[in-house]
Design a protein around this ligand. Structure first.
Ligand code: AMP
Length: 280
């Protein structure tokens, strides 16, 4: 396993790998890796010959009042996990390598970034699509792996890769959860014990949505209300949004007909957590 911090030396390496006819799999991450990330890495290892994991806390996707500075980082642990999972290359650039002085180019995916997390975090997806476009240009992957945990992100990246003919296949992998159902996230480390326990209500609310749907309920409003009740019972948790959207265009749906995504974002104290479930 080799670690690259420099863009031009990685591009040189990637060209050699491609010349040999090897398939490249890219797993973009912000580090502080857990089982969710590992599941993407393992899938990349099965599908491709050369797995590149990028570890980069991307300043461009954080708002001025967000947690960029305190976002958890542990490169030693991350590189041990990557080594154990058979990663070939880690790309871990400094911010100034990715955004040198004079940097001025951004990728903006329209419409589908106006809702859900895009509405709560202005500029977030502009930062995400820009950094992912750069990572695609640098690592030239055949397949790139994303988690369903960040459902809107995966949809935005698919749209960008298609619209800009990037020639990379996007694979989206299922949400990996803790034993009690909480979706794994690097941000879970921010939670106090009591907050961690209250956070179980997020998945409980999603499960109740699924249960209502399985019992024949199709009115999005009723499903969302039930979820709100479950969350609101918990002190210290504030709902940012709960939406039922069409999984293709992320527009709100009133009646759940085919592929609906129930998406939730909450504040647990100062920590913002997201989760979702597909109803179909
Ligand atoms: P992050 O480091 O949080 O930016 O995540 C990097 C990638 O891992 C993204 O594609 C996430 O959607 C994915 N990911 C994060 N948490 C999970 C999880 N619990 N299950 C599956 N994928 C995840």
């Amino acid at each position: 396993m080799k670690v690259y911090k420099n863009i031009s030396s990685l591009i040189k390496k990637v060209r050699e790998v491609k010349k040999q006819g090897y398939k490249i799999g890219l797993v973009p991450t912000m580090g502080f890796l857990h089982e969710g990330h590992a599941s993407l890495i393992r899938k990349a290892g099965k599908d491709t010959d050369c797995v590149i994991v990028s570890i980069f806390v991307n300043p461009a996707q954080f708002g001025p009042k967000e947690d960029f500075k305190k976002y958890p980082r542990n490169f030693k642990k991350d590189s041990a996990l990557c080594k154990k999972e058979g990663v070939d290359i880690i790309f871990a650039p400094e911010a100034k390598e990715m955004y040198p002085g004079g940097y001025a180019t951004y990728v903006n995916v329209e419409k589908i970034t106006d809702t859900l997390c895009g509405a709560s975090r202005p500029g977030h997806f502009r930062g995400v699509s820009t950094v992912v476009a750069k990572l695609f240009n640098i690592t030239m992957p055949d397949i790139a792996y994303f988690g369903q945990k960040d459902a809107q992100q995966a949809i935005v990246i698919k749209r960008m890769a298609g619209d800009l003919n990037m020639g990379v296949k996007i694979k989206v992998m299922p949400i990996v959860r803790e034993k009690d159902g909480l979706a794994m996230s690097s941000r879970n480390v921010y939670l106090s014990r009591i907050e961690r326990s209250r956070s179980q209500s997020i998945y409980r609310s999603l499960k109740s949505a699924k249960e209502l749907f399985n019992n024949g309920e199709r009115a999005a409003g009723k499903i969302i209300n039930k979820m709100k009740q479950i969350i609101d019972k918990q002190p210290g948790i504030r709902i940012d949004y709960i939406n039922a959207v069409d999984a293709s265009d992320l527009k709100n749906v009133k009646k759940i007909s085919n592929k609906a995504l129930i998406s939730i974002a909450v504040w647990v104290g100062k920590t913002r957590l997201i989760d979702n479930i597909m109803l179909n």
